[in-house]
Write a new protein. Structure first.
Length: 247
């Protein structure tokens, strides 16, 4: 009967759950609640695992594992508000800006668990758009990137775009504008995006849409990776500049 009802968690844990209910001297009503809670927990975890697989995240992270103390510039309340997912429901944009290694990608992955998400490095996304355009399949590829509730574009700005690629990215942003949420991580301030896209006019058009309904989070701090290297003695902190002497 549990198989027919597809209550797989209850089926797999039935003996241990009955034993637990007996040890705790639960009433029938309380035992039923316990069984339902375990089944729901299994389904929620399965949904999250499936979402991570479809999203193609580079790793699994959560907010509990983020070291807010190491990044005092972050407003924890703002991050938790973003993590509520309201920006996804409203089709808004989130920009995580800051130098390499400060946790931008960690936050991007951690705050969206459980939603329909597609994750792509900026260079991969642009290369796929350019190839689809050359093959006459641009509309098909734009639909692919427009489908998920949230599109995460990671590491925008580490490498400059070709001018044609910038126009293709603009088409994608326009396709998702006010319809599908976007989350972009970048090591460049928005004022520098003109050089990233190779065309200040296109960059302005992209930012006009991204910033219209947006949450911009700027992270100022040291790289986690470099901090660990310094702790192990592999790197030394930069020496302070010598002070000028007076005659």
């Amino acid at each position: 009967m549990l198989n027919r009802l597809k209550l797989t968690a209850l089926r797999d844990q039935l003996d241990s759950l009955i034993d637990e209910a007996g040890r705790r001297e639960l009433t029938i009503r309380e035992a039923l609640a316990l069984f339902c809670e375990r089944e729901i927990a299994r389904r929620d975890q399965r949904r999250i695992d499936m979402g991570f697989g479809l999203a193609r995240f580079p790793f699994v992270r959560d907010l509990a594992g983020f070291d807010f103390a190491a990044q005092p510039s972050l407003d924890k309340a703002q991050i938790r508000e973003i993590a509520s997912g309201r920006f996804i429901a409203n089709g808004e944009a989130v920009l995580f800006l800051g130098p390499p290694g400060v946790g931008k990608t960690h936050l991007a992955v951690a705050i969206v668990a459980g939603y329909s998400v597609l994750f792509s490095p900026a260079t991969t996304l642009v290369a796929q758009l350019a190839k689809a355009h050359a093959d006459g399949r641009l509309e098909e590829r734009l639909l692919h990137y427009a489908k998920p509730k949230l599109l995460i574009v990671d590491e925008l700005g580490y490498l400059p775009f070709e001018p044609d690629a910038a126009h293709l990215f603009f088409q994608l942003v326009s396709r998702r504008y006010e319809k599908g949420a976007m989350l972009v991580t970048s090591n460049r301030a928005v004022g520098e995006w003109g050089s990233v896209f190779g065309d200040p006019v296109v960059a302005t058009a992209i930012l006009d849409r991204l910033l219209h309904h947006s949450h911009v989070v700027t992270i100022r701090g040291d790289s986690y990776r470099l901090r660990e290297k310094r702790r192990s003695g592999l790197l030394q902190k930069p020496a302070a500049a010598p002070q000028p002497t007076t005659a």
